[in-house]
Design a protein around this ligand. Structure first.
Ligand SMILES: [Zn+2]
Length: 412
């Protein structure tokens, strides 16, 4: 007969394993790709205060603390209690209590394949601080768990995807430039090469301008996997369209576990009204790739950048009403999907002028301003999703990518 009193309750079942009294304290680390934390204080037995690193811009402003990713060794069978602190910051120069709240509790994993949402926690707005508990199952393969703000997506994940995509005759990859720290900025092209280019629609897509938004990369991966698949709709899209995809637009930030600024502190989804190849080589490379394509006589029928947000889920267009009908067609198709639940009606964003204060133009405003492109931006939420009934996980993001491409294609 099994005595369940000492067993660990996990995910609706029981695992064989016990907490070992007197076992040595867990060891924290974050010196791996995408890892981020400042320090950990021990408050008591299996109670820890974790200081979130955050990141400021080139002027030391707009601190955002919406990324952490760390490993706990010696975790098996323990009930670990965490308190996340140093959460406050600024957004667009306005002070905030930060993005880490009871709505954005972490995910944890014992294998970095399956990420489990922590669903209970206590948020102290005054701190601000977020407290939660993780009951770690005893697994015999590893004595570790990983904890992150959202399921991570590293440059290693992208390299794995790129190798798989290159098995397809419909996909090609090139390097359009280097980041400040010398990492490649990739451009992926997906199309049926047996069909002449002049007969095709051209769709440019951009993912992961901000490092913390790992969900953007998972959505991009889902979109690309679907685009090279044997699905009849994907075959049709490849025959009638060219996909030009910028999947990883801040590779330094992703590798270093940064939040939303590049090596020098520049927001890569602002500053599209600034040309600075030294401080922002990422934007320089991306703009050059798009403009070179257009200067060679090719159209851009649709441009989209995809981001994550805490609560918002929406599609916005450039400050030009010419594109409103297209925006609404894509919007209606997108909002009908299983993974999308809009929080506001589709709308056009305001124009940002460079007069007085350069550096505030995002990619949509920049491409619209410079070349009149039908450029759009999507935000997808990381908090509990009304349609899904949970916080979106990797599988939801992958499906969202498929739904997104189908919506764009329907709208065009
Ligand atoms: Zn973003």
């Amino acid at each position: 007969m099994i005595d369940r009193r000492n067993m660990l309750k996990i995910a609706g079942g029981y695992a064989i394993g016990w907490h070992v009294p007197g076992a040595s304290a867990p060891v924290f680390s974050w010196n791996f790709e995408g890892g981020s934390l400042v320090k950990v204080e021990t408050l008591g037995t299996d109670r820890f205060r974790c200081h979130v690193k955050g990141q400021t811009d080139q002027d030391g402003r707009n601190r955002q603390a919406s990324w952490y990713y760390f490993c706990v060794d010696g975790a098996n069978g323990r009930t670990l209690n965490f308190e996340m602190v140093d959460l406050a910051g600024e957004y667009n120069y306005h002070p905030t209590t930060g993005s880490i709240t009871s709505g954005t509790l972490p995910f944890y994993s014992v294998d970095r394949q399956t990420w489990i949402a922590v669903d209970e926690g206590e948020y102290d707005r005054k701190g601000p601080a977020l407290r939660y508990q993780v009951r770690v199952p005893s697994n015999r393969i590893s004595n570790r768990i990983w904890i992150a703000h959202v399921p991570p997506y590293t440059t290693g994940d992208f390299e794995r995807l790129a190798r798989e995509l290159m098995q397809s005759r419909s996909a090609g990859i090139e390097t359009i430039g280097k980041s400040v720290e010398g990492r490649s900025i990739p451009l992926i092209t997906i199309t049926d090469q047996s069909v002449p280019l002049q007969d095709k629609k051209v769709i440019w897509l951009m993912f992961r301008q901000h490092a913390w938004e790992a969900g953007s990369s998972w959505t991009g991966e889902g979109l690309m996997r679907f685009a090279v698949s044997d699905d009849a709709k994907a075959i049709e899209i490849r025959r009638r369209a060219v996909l030009k995809i910028l999947p990883l637009n801040d590779p330094d930030g992703v590798a270093n576990g940064a939040v939303r600024f590049n090596h020098y502190g520049y927001d890569l989804n602002r500053n599209w009204d600034v040309v600075d190849p030294e401080k922002m080589p990422e934007i320089t490379a991306e703009r050059k790739a798009i403009f070179s394509w257009m200067d060679a006589g090719h159209p851009v029928d649709f441009f989209l950048t995809l981001h994550n947000d805490e609560d918002n889920e929406h599609l916005v267009g450039p400050p030009d009403s010419q594109w409103l009908p297209l925006l609404h067609r894509v919007w209606d198709a997108w909002a009908a999907g299983a993974t999308v639940s809009p929080t506001e009606d589709a709308h056009l964003m305001e124009a940002t002028t460079t007069a007085g204060k350069p550096g505030r133009m995002n990619v949509v405003q920049g491409l619209s301003h410079d070349r009149g492109l039908p450029a759009f931006e999507i935000e997808m939420r990381i908090t509990k999703h009304p349609k899904l009934g949970r916080r979106p996980n990797i599988e939801d993001r992958l499906l969202a990518g498929q739904e997104l491409l189908l919506a764009i294609w329907k709208g065009l």
